[in-house]
Write a protein that binds this ligand. Structure first.
Ligand SMILES: Nc1ncnc2c1ncn2[C@@H]1O[C@H](COP(=O)(O)O)[C@@H](OP(=O)(O)O)[C@H]1O
Ligand SMILES: [Mg+2]
Length: 414
């Protein structure tokens, strides 16, 4: 029987980590915080337009994905036998088209490294054409919903062109990086997924925006509950987890600008809230610490991560979460560490990490490969020369994590 992630509307974990500390000598701290805030504001100012556009784009794509996922779950309720994959496909393509459209409005000559391309739609015969017509409908409906009278009515040719903007080769220069639906399996299962958009210049991540439509609001944590077992229908569990019974809050959007800190906003445009600063775990308490990793064994060696966690003295079971929501968990201190160790030969794609990495870094964390080297964003569509795997944690804990990885490596069979 498999164990699953439980989205627990539990008391705030941040209370032990992120809550403001009382100080007898608060004035210098306040002054330092104010100075830091103005640095952050200046840094954000440099990319204010990019941040605004990316946030708007991700928000539109997030509502689109929420609608498609809800449809998928209803379909399951009615025990229909339609292929779930086809709905995910719609969300994937439509989200990429929407985000490209929004960026293109501001920068007509932008380039993008995105997961999707439209070949299967244009070269896919009648089936492809039918899928394309559904995508065009979905895109236009979403645009109308968000832009009202200003929304254009895009043609199928325009939508194909927008999707194909994702075919960029990356490398040096300025590029957007997009995974329109990261964590496809989580999406299908009514569970966690992310819409992950970043912008980089000459291999430096400058902006990251990540929609996490099923992530609970801050103060409520992604909680692993091994007693919650299933073997029959994972989707049934996910639906319950995402249901009203837990007082569900419809997701959040993380944002980060290089040098400007990381923030969290509600996904739902109807909820007005100031961006909330997020920060990685401030202290490492092995007894309370958590680490997160992919749900699927095929995507990362769970035996190896268990050994590293053991070396660090972490006692709790791993938080297994789909998608870059794991980076979000580290960024806001729901978890202390994220580790991914794929099978030898697997090449990581830049869109599976870019947005999450800048968000963790701006929240005070450090993300490197297993040898401690920074990730190389300028190498094209893949993270070339990645040493074994990827780790994300607070800057303070990073060296200890590296030591734990080395110790496990020397005794492992990987
Ligand atoms: N064999 C493999 N090893 C490692 N990662 C893999 C993999 N096959 C697919 N992936 C990547 O892992 C991502 C999911 O991450 P996670 O396992 O952390 O939820 C997938 O993103 P998509 O779901 O967007 O395709 C995919 O890019
Ligand atoms: Mg992905």
């Amino acid at each position: 029987m498999a164990s699953v992630i439980r989205l627990n509307v539990a008391p705030i974990v941040g209370a032990r980590r992120g809550a403001p500390q009382k100080s007898r000598n608060a004035a210098p701290i306040r002054a330092a915080a104010a100075a830091k805030k103005s640095d952050a504001a200046a840094a954000s100012g440099q990319y204010a337009r990019e941040l605004e556009v990316a946030t708007d784009a991700v928000r539109m794509a997030s509502t689109l994905c929420q609608e498609v996922q809800a449809q998928l779950m209803r379909q399951d309720e009615q025990a229909e036998t339609k292929d779930d994959r086809s709905l995910v496909t719609l969300a994937d393509y439509a989200a990429q088209a929407i985000i490209s459209w929004r960026i293109q409005q501001e920068w007509s000559d932008f380039t993008m490294v995105g997961e999707e391309d439209a070949e299967a739609l244009t070269e896919g015969g009648e089936g492809g054409a039918l899928t394309l017509s559904k995508i065009v409908k979905l895109v236009n409906k979403t645009l109308k919903l968000h832009k009202g009278m200003d929304a254009p009515e895009l043609t199928s040719t325009e939508v194909v062109d927008l999707i194909n903007k994702g075919g960029g080769a990356g490398g040096k220069g300025r590029h957007w990086v997009l995974d329109p639906v990261d964590g496809t399996l989580g999406f299908v299962r009514g569970d966690q997924y992310a819409i992950a958009l970043a912008m980089m210049e000459d291999g430096d991540l400058k902006v990251g925006v990540m929609g996490c439509p099923n992530m609970p609001k801050i103060g409520e944590v992604l909680e692993y509950d091994s007693s919650y077992t299933y073997g029959f229908s994972p989707r049934l569990v996910s639906k319950m987890l995402a249901g009203e019974s837990l007082g569900w809050y419809k997701g959040c959007i993380f944002t980060a600008v290089k040098g400007g800190g990381a923030y969290m906003l509600p996904c739902d445009p109807a909820i007005k809230a100031d961006p909330l600063p997020v920060a990685v775990s401030k202290e490492f308490d092995p007894q309370a610490a958590k680490f997160c990793e992919p749900v699927m064994k095929a995507n990362s060696s769970q035996g190896f991560t268990a050994s590293v966690a053991d070396n660090l003295g972490i006692e709790s079971k791993p938080l297994r979460v789909y998608s870059q929501v794991k980076y979000g968990s580290v960024a806001r201190a729901d978890a202390d560490v994220f580790m991914k160790f794929p099978k030898a030969g697997y090449k990581e794609k830049i869109w599976d990490h870019a947005a999450g990495v800048i968000i963790v870094e701006e929240a005070g964390g450090k993300v490197t490969d297993a040898g401690g080297a920074p990730l190389d964003w300028a190498g094209g569509r893949y993270l070339e020369s990645l040493d074994r795997g990827i780790v994300a944690t607070s800057t303070a804990l990073h060296q200890r994590l590296m030591d734990a990885v080395s110790k496990s490596w020397s005794s492992s069979q990987l």
